[in-house]
Design a protein around this ligand. Structure first.
Ligand code: 1PW
Length: 207
């Protein structure tokens, strides 16, 4: 364990961050949320250059949210939403740099991640098929044709299932699969709470 903590990046850190996200009051804490994303970005970057357009967008979005978080001292997603909604929904919709629209993009991407990890856990060996299916069931409907095309091409460069479980760096294949089984519900939880929050405030279609 100590060796793993001192060693190279492990996907376990990402999943631990998403586990730390949800409080007993069902608030989503921003610090672990962004920390989970930072880890995910490092992971995406390790997948090679074809993924750089995907990670670049996530980097920009995480940076914007860090800025908002530092400026206003938000602790949770709930407090960010409340703060931005205080100006009115119309004003919020008019902003292209709001925390809400930015979180919404990451939120949709989290669904993609959740579906992909579920597929990986299921044992389907073709990661590019898994990733494409997960994408089509989530983010794709929000992307223009050119982004969908580029994303689908990038997925073809994904490593095999065996290699993927290896680079997650959580131990043996069995351990990696067990960790996925443990972690996926936490990601699912973060996703559903955010989905509820955004539904409640009519924020699911922020431009
Ligand atoms: C191995 C599986 C890993 C899944 C990680 C998820 C990464 C999410 C990043 C997806 C980005 C795709 C390319 C960018 C598209 C942007 O136009 C789009 N961003 C997102 C996150 O959907 C929309 O952002 P915009 O243009 O409205 O600011």
């Amino acid at each position: 364990m100590a060796a793993a903590a001192a060693g190279p990046f492990s996907l376990r850190e990402v999943l631990d961050a998403f586990r730390r996200c949800v409080t007993e009051q069902r608030e989503v804490l921003l610090e672990p949320y962004l920390s989970g994303w930072r880890g995910l970005i490092r992971f995406l970057q390790s997948l090679g250059a074809v993924f750089s357009f995907i990670s670049k967008d996530a980097v920009a979005k995480v940076a914007l949210l860090e800025g908002h978080q530092q400026q206003h001292g938000f602790v949770s997603l709930q407090s960010l939403v409340q703060h931005e909604l205080a100006a009115g929904l119309a004003a919020l919709r008019a902003r292209s740099d709001s925390g809400c629209r930015t979180v919404l993009r990451l939120h949709r991407a989290l669904r993609w991640l959740q579906l992909f990890l579920e597929g990986l856990r299921s044992g389907e060996p073709r990661t590019s098929v898994l990733c494409t299916d997960a994408y089509n069931a989530s983010l794709a409907q929000h992307h223009p044709w050119v982004v969908r095309k580029a994303a689908t091409v990038a997925f073809c460069a994904l490593p095999s299932r065996d290699a993927f479980l290896e680079i997650m760096n959580v131990g043996s294949q069995e351990e990696a699969v067990a960790m996925l089984g443990e972690a996926i519900p936490y990601i699912g939880n973060v996703y559903s709470i955010t989905q509820e929050l955004f539904t409640q405030h009519k924020l699911l279609d922020l431009p």
